[in-house]
Structure formats: structure tokens, C-alpha cells
Write a protein that binds this ligand. Structure first.
Ligand code: ATP
Length: 629
């Protein structure tokens, strides 16, 4: 290939070595190679090449060799030499101005030959992403500023880079952003301000709504027509898990209709089953009693509860979905959620990006990453022991917890002014109370669960494993491009994607346990956070179609403290206690035998005396690529 170069003119060479003509913005189909001599800020003259993959550059004076030798010492340039388009999120003109000569710290060879040069020229900046050297989950923005005396040459490059970025269809162009100014240490707005420039550099249009009260984001999401929502590529929550939960419910409650999980007493003892094996009663219907919403939740009015609760969606056995269902299904496929962490816990961000960093999250969003997330549908049947049955649906993306977890969230609400520290304070208070609650839980048994209980009846080793759960080395931790999350769970294999695991009652077996529990929790994802670095359940996945039911039976306070300290430790084994049961299940039901009954859904209060929950595999997608742990 013949290359012609000088310091003023640009060079453009096509695949066939023929010079290219200036390429317009629309000219996406242009030949794929462009090459010019440009000045790279803090480096010097480079030959810049654009091809279908990205940009690469070589120092002009070392075009043929990458290193120089002086007094027998080799000097290799430390500067980056390329950036791929999948890591580039924007390009922009910057004002005509100074470009700086080579930086001795960066370019060994240039240091030796002392080629410093500062001069004014036309400039453009390419914005990309790079992984931090110390923490692979942390992404940092990088900028390369190129300059040329000739404006047209810069224009040509900006147009060509823009054209290459435009064909990245997964990248968002228009987003709805909710900012909770009260999140965490009340710094939601500052967090948004710190990342907003990333969105403008990436040419993403944003409509920003700063919430004025709890429930505001829910109301906006619930009231938008599907057509209007469709004009956005997604919605971004600048806040914590509770705020994200509000937006998620505003999206799903008025639009997504799914068959409910069974009512807690919808079971009869299995004919072949011994002990606590149960099957759901077929064709059981739940009384549709109108009842006032007793939950003081600002999120869901009783009308929303009734509407979403009573419309059982039965499409899996032949019924046709309505136009509205089809419209929602299409919307759900393309629409994505994003979270810019500003809350007190931020477990969903930790699990989906591997870190808790607003800039990393913003970069995941503008680069159009996608990861699917399981969502738990929680149906409260009765808010209190004396209430009538009135189904009320809520969705949770991370966790549903009762007992200790419900009490901590109730207590912590009184100390919101403390910011994130309120959880430590409330946690200590609740721990010292050491209360247990009588309840009954029934969960659907899956094949893997059966294997565990069968193994438990064998020799001692197997039994120890069944009670204590898998050893750490056996855990398949969820990662980027996780294979487990791509599989359909075994309980779904013979059914349509819409079918729930108990569509055919004869195929499912449930197990029941009653007792006094310190806590009951259902983790949708691992829930890694700063207080539990491996998460509540280290081997939970983002979209494997399972809930991890944790039943923590009453035990001496010292043992419970031991369990909690294991949770707080990296590499700890919080589930390796006899009083802790872990069941991987797609659904469970719960009935309290006490008077108070408070659940914690994604960090938000939910009063429920009787409830059922089920998981929907990969129901929504997030602008994230999964943790790189
Ligand atoms: N403008 C507002 N004023 C008061 N509360 C608000 C406002 N906007 C949203 N909220 C409510 O604040 C609650 C908590 O918000 P968020 O989840 O962002 O922070 P957090 O509780 O500190 O973090 P985390 O949930 O991660 O622990 C949510 O329930 C949300 O409904």
C-alpha cells in the first residue's frame, strides 16, 4: 500500500489504495478505511487510521518501528495506540486552540529526541471508555484530542467517526431520567450533574424529571401512554434501589398482566407425597373482595392494587393476548432500564455492573449495554390478620425479606436523616431485640432441589452438603455473558415462554415448612453491597429464573451474630449453618401467624400477612453488562 504523507495535507486511502473523497454525515456506506496525518495532543504527529473496527494510530516518526534504542536501552512508547468503536461513545469539535507537544512521561523516544511542539490548530475529541487497571469493573472515560491546520480534514474525521457510531443500533438516543434529590446523602442531583456531560457527548437526548415527593416517579411512569414511552429508549433512575423499584412498578403494574402465583392455602397433600409434599388445588379461585388499601405506601393507590391484582392473565393455555399485551410485549423488548447509583445500598447496580460508580453506570448506558434481569412478582393477599382478602401486586428486582429484614427497614425509616448510616444503627437495634416470628412457608420444589434432598438421605457427607449448601468452590458466580443466565430453567422447558411453573398442577410439587423464623428472605439476585460484599446469596444469578429462599430459623443470638458476621465478610459462609435453609425455587407462599407482618421489597416497606411470590425470568433488561467478578 502506498502511503503519501506530509505535515499539512491529509491522506485518505481506500481498500484499493485509491484516494477517498470527502465523506458526508449520511454517507454511512463509505469505503471503510480512512488514513491521515494528524496531531495527537500530548503525543505528536500520528498517522491515524479508521476502519470498520475503530481507530488506530502510529507515531509518524516511528511508523516502521515501535521502539527506539539509546545506549543499549530500549524505549517503547507507553501511549495507547488504538480504540475500538465499541468503546467509543462520542466525537466532538473543540475550539480552535493549542495542541501540546509530546509528554516525556508518555513517549520515551520523543523524550530523547526532545520533539516538543505547541501550536494552534483545529481540533476534535474522541471520547472512549477504558477499564481501570486496578479494578476491572470500574470504567473510566478516556479522551483523545486530534488536531489539524485544515478545518475540512477535521470535519471529514468527525463525520466518519460519527457515521461509524451511528450504526451501533443498541445505543440509546433518547432517555427519560428521574433524579431523586433525597437519595442516599441527598446528593442525587449532584450525582446527575457529574455524569450529564457523558450523555451530551454521546448525543443522547434526555428528559430529566427531578422528583418532588415519594411516588412521583411511579405516577409519571404509570400515567405515560405506551406510545409516549416508546419514544424513549429507556428510563434511568438516579437514586437507590427503592427509587428504582418505584420506577419499575410504575412501568409494570399498569401494563404487565400475568397469572398470579397460588394462594397460600391453594394446596392439598399429594397422594404419593409423604410428609410435607403438596400439590396446588386445580381451578382454585380467589375471592375478589373489594377492600381498602391498608398499606400506607405512597406508591400504589388501592385502585392500582385492584386493577393489577384482579386481572389474571391466562394466555398460556390458548387464550389470545390482547392488542395491549402485544404492544407492551414489544415495548418491553426494546425498552431498557438504567441506574446511576446515588442511594444508600445500591445493590442492583453492584450486581449488574460489579461496582458502585455513577460514571461506570453512565458509560454502560451510553454504550448501550444490555443484561436481562429476573423480576419477582409479589402478591399480597392480606395486609393484616384481620383484613379481607384483596390481592395487591408489587414487583421487586433484588430482594423480598421478612422478620429481621422487615424490622430493619421499618426502624431505619425513622432515621432517614442519618443517610446510609441509618441501616447500621437500625440493624443493631433490631439485632438486640432478637425477635422471631411464627409463619408457614410453602415453596415449589424444582429438580435441583429434589436432588439435594435425595442426597440428604444418603451418607453423611451428602447430608451435610444438603443442609449446608454448596461449598464456595462449587458456586457458579454470575458474570458478564453468564452461561447460566442464558439457559431456560428446567421447570420451563416444556411450556410456552409465558407459562408459569404451576400452569399444570399435576407437574408441580410444593414443600411446606412451619416454624419460628428470625427472618425469611427471597433473593432475586445476589444482592452484593458494601455491607455484604459477596451478597446475601453469592451464587444467585441475574436471570436464571430462580428465587433463593432463605429461611433463618430461631437460634441463639450468638449464632445469629455469627451468621451476620459471615455475611459482612468477603468469602464468608453465611449459609453454612444448621438453622439456615436455602431453597432455589421459582415460587413460594407465606402466611404469618402473628399480628405484625412487615416485608421489605427492594428496601421499601410492604405490609403483608399473607403473600405469594413468583419469579419471571429476564422480564426486563438493564443498560449494564453484568459483573466482572
Ligand atoms: N423528592 C423526594 N422526596 C422524598 N422522597 C422521595 C423523593 N423522590 C423519591 N423519594 C423516595 O425516596 C425513597 C428512597 O429513595 P432511594 O432508593 O433513592 O434512596 P435510599 O433509600 O437512600 O437508597 P437505597 O434504596 O439504595 O437504600 C424511595 O422510596 C422514593 O420513593
Amino acid at each position: 500500500m502506498e502511503i503519501w504523507r506530509d505535515n499539512v495535507g491529509s491522506i485518505s486511502i481506500g481498500r484499493d489504495n485509491s484516494p477517498l473523497h470527502n465523506v458526508g454525515v449520511q454517507d454511512v456506506e463509505a469505503p471503510s478505511i480512512l488514513r491521515s496525518t494528524l496531531f495527537l495532543d500530548h503525543v505528536g504527529d500520528v498517522v491515524l487510521t479508521l476502519d470498520s473496527e475503530g481507530l488506530s494510530w502510529d507515531l509518524l516518526d516511528s511508523f516502521e518501528t515501535d521502539e527506539s534504542v539509546c545506549l543499549g536501552i530500549k524505549f517503547s512508547p507507553k501511549i495507547a495506540k488504538e480504540t475500538k468503536f465499541f468503546d467509543v461513545y462520542g466525537v466532538e469539535f473543540v475550539k480552535y486552540g493549542f495542541m501540546h507537544g509530546s509528554n516525556p512521561a508518555n513517549v520515551g523516544k520523543y523524550f530523547l529526541s526532545c520533539k516538543f511542539r505547541d501550536s494552534e490548530m483545529h481540533r476534535f475529541r474522541v471520547h472512549g471508555v477504558q477499564k481501570s487497571h486496578t479494578q476491572p469493573c470500574l470504567w473510566v472515560p478516556t479522551t483523545y484530542t486530534f488536531g489539524h491546520k485544515d478545518l475540512e480534514t477535521c470535519q471529514l474525521w468527525v463525520n466518519r467517526i460519527n457515521a461509524s457510531l451511528k450504526i451501533k443500533k443498541e445505543r440509546p438516543k433518547n432517555l427519560l431520567v428521574f433524579v431523586n434529590p433525597r437519595s442516599g446523602k441527598a446528593n442525587g442531583w449532584r450525582t446527575w450533574e457529574s455524569v450529564a456531560p457523558i450523555f451530551s457527548r454521546a448525543n443522547v437526548e434526555v428528559k430529566v424529571v427531578v422528583t418532588e415527593r415519594a411516588g412521583h416517579a411511579f405516577d409519571v411512569m404509570a400515567s405515560l401512554a405506551n406510545k409516549e414511552l416508546n419514544s424513549y429508549d429507556g428510563v434511568i433512575a438516579v437514586g437507590g434501589d427503592g427509587f428504582f423499584n418505584e420506577i419499575l412498578n410504575g412501568f409494570l403494574l399498569p401494563r404487565y398482566r400475568a397469572r398470579h402465583p397460588p394462594f397460600p392455602s391453594d394446596f392439598i397433600h399429594s397422594v404419593e407425597g409423604k410428609g410435607n409434599a403438596l400439590v396446588p388445588k386445580s381451578n382454585e379461585t380467589v375471592p375478589e373482595t373489594a377492600h381498602k388499601n391498608e398499606d400506607n405506601s405512597p406508591l400504589i393507590s388501592s385502585s392500582t392494587c385492584n386493577r393489577s391484582g384482579l386481572e389474571n392473565f391466562r394466555t398460556e393455555d390458548g387464550a389470545n393476548p390482547t392488542d395491549q399485551d402485544l404492544e407492551f410485549s414489544r415495548l418491553k423488548e426494546r425498552f431498557r432500564f438504567g441506574i446511576i447509583p446515588a442511594g444508600s445500598t445500591d445493590a442492583i447496580v453492584m450486581c449488574t455492573t460489579g461496582t458502585r460508580d455513577p460514571v461506570t453506570s453512565a458509560l454502560h448506558i451510553v454504550l448501550g449495554k444490555r443484561v436481562y434481569l429476573d423480576i419477582a412478582q409479589v402478591v399480597r393477599w392480606k395486609a393484616s390478620s384481620t383484613a379481607n382478602i384483596e390481592p395487591c401486586v408489587r414487583y421487586a428486582a433484588s430482594f423480598a425479606g421478612y422478620g429481621f429484614y422487615g424490622d430493619v427497614i421499618t426502624e431505619s425509616e425513622k432515621y432517614r436523616w442519618m443517610g446510609p448510616k441509618r441501616y447500621d444503627y437500625a440493624g443493631t437495634k433490631v439485632f438486640l431485640r432478637h425477635r422471631s416470628y411464627e409463619a408457614e412457608v410453602a415453596y415449589m420444589e424444582t429438580e435441583s432441589e429434589k436432588i439435594n434432598s435425595f442426597a440428604g438421605k444418603g451418607h453423611l457427607f451428602s447430608r451435610t452438603r444438603a443442609v449446608w449448601g454448596p461449598e464456595k468452590s462449587e458456586r457458579a458466580v454470575c458474570r458478564m455473558n453468564c452461561g447460566v443466565c442464558k439457559r431456560r430453567p428446567s421447570y420451563m422447558s416444556t411450556r410456552s415462554p409465558r407459562a408459569t411453573p404451576y400452569s399444570r398442577s399435576e407437574e408441580t410439587r410444593w414443600r411446606r415448612c412451619r416454624g419460628h423464623f428470625l427472618s425469611i428472605g427471597a433473593a432475586v439476585i445476589s444482592n452484593r453491597n458494601e455491607r455484604a460484599p459477596d451478597g446475601l446469596v453469592a451464587d444467585a444469578h441475574l436471570s436464571d429464573g430462580f428465587l433463593h429462599l432463605l429461611l433463618i430459623r430461631d437460634c441463639p443470638r450468638a449464632l445469629y451474630l455469627w451468621h451476620l458476621t459471615q455475611l459482612a465478610k468477603r468469602g464468608g459462609k453465611p449459609l453454612n449453618f444448621e438453622f439456615v435453609e436455602q431453597h432455589k425455587t421459582p415460587a413460594f407462599t407465606f402466611t404469618s401467624f402473628g399480628n405484625e407482618s412487615v416485608w421489605n421489597l427492594d428496601g421499601e416497606l410492604f405490609h403483608a400477612h399473607q403473600l405469594s411470590a413468583q419469579v419471571f425470568q429476564g422480564l426486563i433488561s438493564l443498560f449494564a453488562s453484568g459483573p466482572e467478578v
